[in-house]
Design a protein around this ligand. Structure first.
Ligand SMILES: CC(C)(COP(=O)(O)OP(=O)(O)OC[C@H]1O[C@@H](n2cnc3c(N)ncnc32)[C@H](O)[C@@H]1OP(=O)(O)O)[C@@H](O)C(=O)NCCC(=O)NCCS
Length: 169
């Protein structure tokens, strides 16, 4: 872990030249190289997305990033909702407040856009993101996300659904 002064970290909007650094940080953290994903996100920023992605820069080097959005595309959700899609900090700079600082900047942006609630999806077994989001104030909401593998046939039959079971219990 590197020793550094958090107050020297500058939070600024993403630039095209940041792409390789961001992709590199994600690869270190997740073992995934998502250049296409970030190119698409950058394009959305350039097309005038409400909430651009921001990065944390220390002495000219990108050490972290956050990406989110606002919108009400999700059925039944409030209109003034914010989303955090991804947040990442270079492993050498983690646990020093960089992600919290990125989120604080984002929170200001959300508030200016009249967002009340911010959502994110995290696996219950994710021992990095879950404690982080809880530490910065997120709590489990009263909605669940549902998923369907559309490459497979959906389950059929007249058996009770999970919803029925929950109602009975
Ligand atoms: C999760 C992640 C973004 C946190 O970044 P970070 O800069 O280390 O986080 P911060 O230092 O700002 O932490 C803020 C608070 O969360 C806590 N926290 C952060 N990571 C934690 C962890 N793994 N376990 C427990 N607490 C954690 C910190 O202790 C801190 O609490 P404090 O303010 O009481 O001291 C970073 O660890 C990361 O990039 N992880 C891997 C990538 C990843 O999973 N990205 C998401 C892909 S969608």
């Amino acid at each position: 872990m590197k020793d550094f002064d958090l107050s020297k970290t500058v939070i600024r909007g993403i630039r095209e030249s940041d792409l390789d650094s961001i992709v590199g940080i994600e690869e270190k953290n997740l073992g995934l190289k998502r250049k296409g994903y970030w190119q698409r996100e950058l394009k959305k920023n350039q097309e005038g997305r409400y909430l651009g992605s921001v990065v944390a820069e220390l002495e000219g080097k990108v050490i972290g990033f956050i990406l989110g959005d606002i919108g009400s595309r999700e059925f039944g959700m409030p209109e003034n909702m914010g989303w955090i899609h991804t947040v990442g900090v270079h492993p050498d700079y983690q646990h020093r407040g960089v992600a919290r600082k990125l989120f604080e900047d984002y929170k200001e942006k959300f508030l200016k856009l009249d967002v009340d609630f911010v959502y994110t999806i995290v696996s219950l077994s994710d021992n990095m993101q879950l404690p982080f989001f809880e530490k910065i104030g997120f709590r489990q909401g009263n909605r669940i996300y549902l998923e369907l593998d559309i490459r497979k046939e959906p389950p059929v039959g007249d058996k009770l659904t999970d919803f029925d079971y929950r109602r009975i219990m």
